[in-house]
Design a protein around this ligand. Structure first.
Ligand code: 4NP
Length: 153
């Protein structure tokens, strides 16, 4: 069993989409019983809110679902509970490292698992470019799952 926490700032745009996309990928690969995933934000602004409409629409357009997700903030126990804390951008990653320096080995950038030069997932909160965010999330999740499968074999 691998437990994965996707992390962004508000937990309403990028990390909920990553959670939903990764869940669908794992299900499609027949690996649903081997993974648990969740998402959280480093900030508290949007606690309790559903994912943004743009992220929900991107998920629907690509056969994934964000139903039932509600924003929460990263908490201290997450660093023990999860095997991986996957940050959407460098600022989120720095915040996670500051909260728990001892967990550095399980804190990674999602796009470190892609070949793309850009290593930060685009934040669509201000410009609504959810298509770019989806593409990066999909690429990163695919690379991350391939990495985990290669580790397991
Ligand atoms: P997210 O996007 O971190 O991908 O959920 C944002 C959500 C909220 C804010 C910024 C980014 N905000 O400033 O409230």
């Amino acid at each position: 069993m691998q437990k994965v926490l996707f992390v962004c700032l508000g937990n309403i745009c990028r990390s909920p989409l990553a959670e939903g996309v990764f869940r669908k990928m794992v299900q499609d690969a027949g690996l649903a019983d081997q993974f648990e995933m969740d998402s959280a934000g480093t900030a508290s602004y949007h606690i309790g809110e559903a994912p943004s409409m743009g992220s929900q629409q991107m998920a629907i357009d690509h056969g994934a679902s964000l139903d039932g997700q509600r924003a929460r903030q990263v908490k201290a126990s997450d660093f023990d509970e999860f095997d991986w804390l996957i940050a959407m951008d460098q600022s989120n990653m720095n915040n996670l490292l500051r909260l728990s320096p001892a967990s550095a080995n399980k804190i990674r950038l999602l796009l470190d698992f892609s070949d793309e030069a850009q290593k930060e997932v685009h934040d669509p909160y201000y410009d609504n470019n959810y298509a770019m965010t989806y593409h990066q999330v999909e690429t990163g999740c695919r690379g991350f799952l391939a990495f985990l499968k290669s580790q397991a074999s």
